[in-house]
Design a protein around this ligand. Structure first.
Ligand code: PBG
Length: 352
């Protein structure tokens, strides 16, 4: 029996990559449960702790004022709102100790053009919002999404010609877009487009524009995922033709995630990101183990929707699901977590 167990345990530990010799003597029981005996002891030995300082809150901004907000159908309890509404949200977040936001804008259809010129307009909704929020809340860390999908009639992250997503032409627009965001006061630009060479081009453009203190959080390993569905509802940005598989990654691949991430770091990314998070914990871990920059992970709209939908039906305990899913992402190696649950999580972690 003991021999059998020993073999089993050895196999398991080797499987885990622990490579540690487990020696069992007949009749000796290792009392592993001692460390789980009371809440105080469990707290003492906890290996992973969430902190509200690690959350990044995605915010969806729409044109207009009057504290108007619209609930996103596929993201119950999450809203896109006018800038004044958003500012009030930010105030609440800061009061809770959450001071990092990631801004997205929803652009009306008549402002979407083939050349995506709205993306680089200095008076556009995104730069205007950055300026406004930075002025009101200087302590707020503002990151901006850099991609063309909200500005394109096709809903693709890049410029389109004859059904093809153009790379270098897109990178030129993203570089200009980054300068516009930086000029407005963004602390980080966050390219989410997955074009080749965009981090290097954006870094060069930022430096050339004198924005040497603006950082780049790159969506380095961004997979073509069905879990972005609700987000595309939020911004009305679903691709009009085809899918995003010629630029976003194939979810069957892991080595490719490492290659993409190392490329972005070499090109100057300050923070790298894996996205989505929940179904990609293995990728987060592998990336974390080989890089020397902070690693972010994005718990995306579909992950939010799944937990919300189940909780609304009483099938899951929402608070427990929030903490467990976020802790798993952190345990996998993410230092920073973008999540639509940031506010709830911060409330649950109050005092921590
Ligand atoms: C667009 C972008 C997407 C998300 C962030 N930036 C959607 C996409 O790539 O289609 C997804 C966020 C989410 O699902 O929560 N560049």
């Amino acid at each position: 029996m003991v021999n059998y167990l020993l073999g089993e345990i050895k196999a398991i530990t080797e499987d885990c990559g622990l490579r540690r010799r487990v020696r069992l003597q007949a009749g000796v029981v290792k009392r592993n449960r001692i460390l789980r005996k009371t809440p105080a002891i469990r707290e003492l030995v906890a290996e992973t702790r969430l902190h509200k300082g690690m959350f990044l809150v995605p915010l969806f901004i729409i044109e207009g004022d009057g504290f108007h907000k619209e609930e996103i159908t596929s993201m119950p309890g999450y809203y896109r709102g006018t800038l004044d509404y958003t500012a009030r949200e930010v105030e609440g977040l800061l009061a809770l100790g959450v001071s990092n936001v990631l801004l997205f804008v929803k652009v009306p259809d008549d402002r979407k053009t083939e050349d995506c010129v709205e993306a680089v307009r200095e008076e556009g909704l995104l730069p205007t919002s950055v300026k406004f929020l930075k002025q009101r809340f200087p302590e707020l860390c503002i990151m901006t999404d850099v991609a063309l999908d909200p500005f394109s009639p096709h809903g693709h992250d890049g410029l389109v010609r004859h059904g093809e997503i153009l790379n270098d032409e897109t990178v030129a627009v993203l570089s200009r877009m980054s300068q516009v965001h930086a000029a407005a006061g963004a602390d980080f630009v966050a390219p989410s487009d997955m074009m080749d060479g965009r981090v290097a081009a954006i870094r060069a453009a930022l430096d050339a524009g004198g924005f040497t203190r603006t950082g780049i959080m790159s969506y380095s390993a961004k997979y073509a995922s069905c879990f972005y569905g609700p987000f595309r509802d939020a911004l009305d940005s679903a691709p009009g033709f085809g899918d995003k598989k010629t630029y976003q990654m194939d979810y069957r691949n892991r080595v490719e995630a490492i290659r993409e991430t190392l490329t972005d770091i070499e090109e100057g990314a300050d923070i790298v990101m894996v996205k989505p998070a929940g179904a990609y914990l293995d990728i987060i871990r592998e990336v974390k183990d080989i890089v020397d920059v902070p690693v972010a992970a994005y718990q995306v709209s579909g992950e939010y929707a799944m937990i919300k939908a189940a909780a609304q039906r009483g099938w899951l305990n929402q608070d427990a699901a929030i903490l467990e899913s976020l802790t798993a992402i952190h345990r996998a190696g993410a230092n920073i977590i973008a999540t639509y649950f940031a506010k709830e999580a911060a409330r649950l972690l109050r005092g921590k």
